[in-house]
Design a binder for this molecule. Sequence first.
Ligand code: LMR
Length: 340
Amino acid sequence: MNTSPLGRCRLLLGFAALLGFAGAVGAAPSEEPIVIKFSHVVADDTPKGQGAILFKKLVEERLAGKVSVEIFPNSSLYGDADELQALRDNKVQILAPSLAKFSQYSKQLQIFDLPFLFDDLAAVNRFQQRAKGRQLLSGMQESNITGLAYWHNGMKQLSSTKALNKPADAKGLAFRIQSSPIIESQFAALGATPVKLPFADTLQAMADGKVQGTENTWSNIYSQTYEKYQPYMTETNHGVLDYMLVTNTKFWYAIPHATRTELEGIIEDVTFAVNNAAEQQNVEARQRLSQGKTKLITLTEQERSEWRATMQPVWKQYEAVIGADIINAAQQVNRKNAGK
Ligand code: LMR
């Protein structure tokens, strides 16, 4: 069931201008257009939601009559539990799941879930653009999943019914998590109880008292109205929540070459727009939350290093699964190492 609130029409930052892209009008239709169903689980006024809207707009401008796009936001067609299978079965053609949701198909992609691995979103971006990061886009071909691009959302924060200043404050609380073994271990390391739940069920679980906390980006927290049940937010920036735009491999390579090339160009433009706007959307959402009733907790360096020390042992637990080489490559992108 979709319990997420619809239509908080805010945070349209930057996209208005980007939506002004001028595009060539496609040739007159001679055949039925190819239909791309783009399903996702978040609200329209988020980095991914805006990316989907821009993708549809540019396809309509540049491939009119050849390709049409239908968007299904807020888990209205498929949700976390079934969207990847639906993609593999070609019931939808594009998704952008969080990188935390691919663990069944790619062990290596779990790198993005390691807590305190990346200093900030710029470091995440550097890793995604380098050879190792790009290789991961094609790592799920055997499962009929092709990665087209990385889309940013942002760094994760903690929300809760009580103030979380120190790791010990999280002990004994239940936290809603995405379905990721690493995130499960991260909350276990805090002495908390991780509860895997689809994104669409999270607000209701908060309302029912089934969970007392969660982690997410500012834009997801704000667009889902978590502050109704979680008055305390701790700015930890302890991990990243980004996406991989994926398609069904067989579907994609059956598209005529010229059309596919045009689609790839559109994806490049949309990716540029999403990745430029995401950070600002999160800044804006944070600001709106802090102007409301939310009690925003910022951490001192000392406090943040306590959170790091408590969560970081999960790296060792997953080193053999992900591969030490990838973990090392990811560490190289942090600012202090970036030039090496
Ligand atoms: C979550 O489940 O919290 C996120 O992956 C939702 C999303 O797609 O941003």
